[in-house]
Write a protein that binds this ligand. Sequence first.
Ligand SMILES: Nc1ncnc2c1ncn2[C@@H]1O[C@H](COP(=O)(O)OP(=O)(O)O)[C@@H](O)[C@H]1O
Ligand SMILES: [Mg+2]
Length: 242
Amino acid sequence: MTHLFEFESAVAGYGPLTVLNGVSFHIAPGERVCLLGRNGVGKSTTLKTIMGLTVWRSGKVIWNGSDVTRLNTVARARMGIGYVPQTRDVFPSLTVEENLIAGLQRKPKLGIERAYKLFPRLHERRHHGGAELSGGEQQMVSVARTLLGDPKLLLLDEPLEGLAPIICQELMEAFETLSREEGVAILLVEQKVQEALAFSNRALIMDHGTIVHVGQAQALLEDSQLLDRYVSVAEVPVAQAG
Ligand SMILES: Nc1ncnc2c1ncn2[C@@H]1O[C@H](COP(=O)(O)OP(=O)(O)O)[C@@H](O)[C@H]1O
Ligand SMILES: [Mg+2]
């Protein structure tokens, strides 16, 4: 079977620093995969490296069976990889709608209406300034803007960070809809482990710049030993969260 995306022994970092020490994994079309691990193990670096935003040393990047290792960030975005970084880059002086269309080179294929359908809250607030938005709304703008590039693989870096439970739920439902109705594959980095595992088909665990575990998300949800060892800090189960 041809995977949508594959890293073969990716070695990459920043300047002289190597952070990823031979990272290999694949993502199937439409699959939901979460990438877990403690702070500083290389999760964000993995997403940045998928986008071609780090210093590449060796390994291969395969997209739909083709070697795309040499493609730059713009080319990777064009072929269908969408990246929502941890920083929510919303322009405070632009409205929601201006934020969405800012920097677009061509008319979005599926249109802005699709983004509004996914996030009705943004439609309601489309003429509001970026500075007036809550953290959750900023995250929605950030995700919606990425969707205008019509990605087949969406990379999400801690989208729930610092957001209230009700907003987290809204965001996760939107990701769920994207996955179910449009078959967008999602690679989710998230510290809210229970939410991430409940959403995902498969889970990857990272430690010291390598993948130390690959398995079904459901199985990991029940493996407290593995979670304690590599992931975190005891988490309040979703059902009990405030
Ligand atoms: N821009 C950068 N320049 C240099 N080192 C960085 C940069 N970003 C991250 N690092 C380092 O890379 C390592 C992995 O960081 P990161 O991928 O952000 O971890 P995680 O997302 O898992 O918390 C850390 O040691 C961090 O200090
Ligand atoms: Mg990070």
